[in-house]
Design a protein around this ligand. Structure first.
Ligand code: 13P
Length: 287
């Protein structure tokens, strides 16, 4: 059964590790993440952007697939199904469809409007026992058409949003979705430290987990990050595995064109990436 992300993130914050949010795109992605979490006895969050939700034929399809898979594969570790960078309407649709967690990304609104909309959604999810992530200071780069500038959040605004009773808070600290450019200045630990000092026990979320050096990930966890989002890195691994299979002509040998064979190397590559991340984030054995 899907769970809210509240308990797993409170435990992670208290235990100084982070739970990975791995964005899913299709059945292979979902299965790769779920079986890995189960094998490593790790809690996990499945992230679904609005674009990925549409691609997978709608939120209800996603809920049906994930619930069915959890039952058939005997997945017993805590799993949250979470809308990533949701609009207000997207959050409502996911709550209705059966997601256990939503992110309302109001970072592009003026802070008063972000607060007002986040508050309405907090009241709604609380009634239903779901979890909610809010964002202050937009995350840089482009994800599914959502473009952010990569700002550093204002710690006082973070406190105002945290005080609304959100479950977790994403604060921009110079992080960017997708690959980091060569001239990237790194995470702003000064901002992160200031945010954590004002928000206390609130689990903080680090977006743009792809390509952040290991030492920065560990420092971020020490400063209160309890959830780390990874999307692009699994896409790169999947593409590389699939490319090698095709470039070596395996799809042309025997029944190598069978999608169950063709997609297998990419699937295995996602599993390897998820394992590496769970190890780095320290969530193995924490289910
Ligand atoms: P990356 O694509 O950089 O891994 O970021 C993922 C993310 O933050 C999803 O919200």
């Amino acid at each position: 059964m899907l769970v809210s992300a509240k308990e797993m993130l409170e435990k992670a914050k208290a235990g100084h590790y982070a739970v990975g949010q791995f964005n899913i795109n299709n059945l292979e992605w979902t299965k790769a993440v779920l079986v890995t979490a189960q094998e490593l006895n790790s809690p996990v969050i499945l992230g679904v952007s609005e674009g990925a939700g549409k691609y997978m034929a709608g939120y209800k399809t996603v809920v049906g697939m994930v619930n069915g898979m959890m039952e058939e594969l005997n997945i017993t570790v805590p799993v949250a199904l979470h809308l990533d960078h949701g609009s207000y309407e997207g959050c409502l649709a996911c709550i209705e469809a059966g997601f256990s967690s939503v992110m309302f990304d109001g970072s592009h609104f003026a802070i008063d409007e972000n607060i007002a909309k986040t508050k309405e959604l907090v009241n709604l999810v609380n009634e239903k026992g779901l979890s909610i992530e809010a964002e202050v200071g937009s995350i840089g780069g482009e994800e599914d058409g959502v473009v952010g500038k990569g700002e550093c959040a204002d710690p006082k605004e973070c406190k105002a949003i945290a005080d609304l009773g959100v479950t977790m808070l994403a604060a921009g600290i110079g992080n960017i979705h997708g690959k980091y450019p060569d001239n990237w200045e790194g995470l702003s630990f000064e901002t992160l430290d200031a945010v954590q000092q004002l928000t206390g026990d609130m689990p903080l979320v680090l977006h743009g987990g792809t390509g952040i050096p290991e030492d920065m990930i560990k420092r971020a966890i020490n400063l209160g990050v309890a959830k780390i989002n990874v999307n692009t890195e699994c896409q790169l691994s999947f593409a590389e595995g699939t490319r090698k299979y095709i470039e070596s002509g395996k799809d042309l040998e025997g029944k190598g064109f069978d999608p169950r064979k063709l997609l297998a190397p990419g699937y295995e590559a996602i599993i390897e990436t998820v394992k590496e991340k769970m190890e780095l984030f320290g969530s193995i054995g924490k289910a």
